[in-house]
Write a protein of this length. Structure first.
Length: 340
């Protein structure tokens, strides 16, 4: 493990109010989004779409890293340039999703455990050779009747820690993503309670495996009410509780925190991030690692038709710009009125 390399990469991923583009959707997730928009589903359509994203003009001004999928890291642009090489050329750090998805957690109905530790050292080595400099592993925690169980949180935390340890051994920065889902009718206080416990257990597990905190990025959910909750929360309440949760659990050595959007609208994801930065008095950089909240409007405009590429690219670049402004506390909802 080279701590200097890990720390340098981690700092670069959260520097200058830039964020991370999560374009690591699995085949089923990508198929669902394409099907919803009547886009033809094939390896070439996925390649073409992702090339559209990473070749968007000025994207590098707002995006520090891109999380790729197993298929994507092996694909090339129309000019026969491997995606990781293109990203490096424009100053965006290539990353890779290494977990194999959340599967049913035995003896715990309605809960999931993320799998993918089998052969992980070998796979990380292969991805590093392809150009990856950081990785991502997502754990899923569901709030519902009598869940989450402590067993589910502990099992997922241990897997996150094992993954992080394997990555750091190979000088790959692990993005640690314990996501407490928005799905449900729970209020914001329940989200805070579960997220606080989850983050506490995750950092305890990381510490036990001697994971170096200066060489990781945390990718957490914001503290919000469930999407079926009747009571809404103000942006100030969301921001203050999110900061409080981080202050309770995140070591100061962690260079940065890149929030997931977790089903929020594009505008909510930007506005909440903006206010979180306004309230933050801590050493961590607070930025974004969005997937759908960065891509969806661009995907709608692209629609599988390469004649729409330039217009779709303007949308993805503009969305990235707005989130970069939010990462420095300079975003305003009025900016959403500006058309691409």
């Amino acid at each position: 493990m080279n701590i200097k390399i890990l720390n340098k990469t981690a700092i670069a991923l959260v520097a200058n109010s830039k964020g991370i583009l999560a374009m690591d959707e699995s085949h089923p997730t990508c198929k669902k989004r394409f099907d919803d928009l009547n886009i033809n589903v094939s390896e070439e359509s996925r390649r073409s779409y992702r090339e559209m994203l990473i070749t968007a003009e000025s994207l590098f001004n707002y995006i520090s890293g891109a999380i790729l999928f197993d298929e994507t890291i092996k694909q090339k642009t129309k000019k026969n340039v491997p995606f990781p090489d293109h990203l490096n050329t424009i100053g965006i750090i290539p990353g890779i999703k290494v977990d194999s998805g959340a599967k049913p957690f035995s003896c715990h109905p309605n809960e999931k455990i993320t799998e993918g530790l089998d052969n992980l050292p070998k796979r990380v080595e292969e991805y590093k050779a392809l150009g990856a400099r950081f990785a991502k592993w997502r754990a899923v925690i569901t709030i519902g009747e009598n869940i989450p169980s402590k067993a589910c949180i502990i099992a997922n935390a241990q897997a996150l820690a094992r993954y992080a340890s394997i990555c750091q051994e190979m000088d790959i920065v692990p993005i640690v993503e314990p996501e407490v889902l928005m799905d449900g009718a729970h209020d914001i206080n329940k989200c805070f309670e579960v997220t606080n416990e989850t983050q506490s257990i995750v950092f305890e597990a990381l510490d036990k495996l001697d994971v170096n905190f200066s060489g990781i990025i945390l990718k957490p959910n914001m503290i919000t009410p469930g999407n079926k909750c009747n009571s809404k929360s103000s942006v100030e309440e969301i921001s203050k509780l999110t900061i409080k949760c981080l202050e309770n659990n995140v070591p100061k050595e962690v260079p940065g925190i890149a929030f997931l959007s977790g089903g929020q609208t594009d505008q909510d994801a930007s506005n909440n991030l903006n206010y979180i930065n306004k309230f933050n008095n801590n050493p961590w950089k607070l930025t974004f690692s969005y997937g759908r909240a960065l891509q969806l409007e661009a995907m709608k405009r692209w629609q599988g038709n390469n004649n729409n590429i330039l217009e779709a690219q303007k949308i993805i670049s503009n969305r990235a710009h707005l989130n970069s402004l939010a990462a420095s506390g300079k975003y305003d909802l009025k900016m959403e009125k500006n058309k691409y």
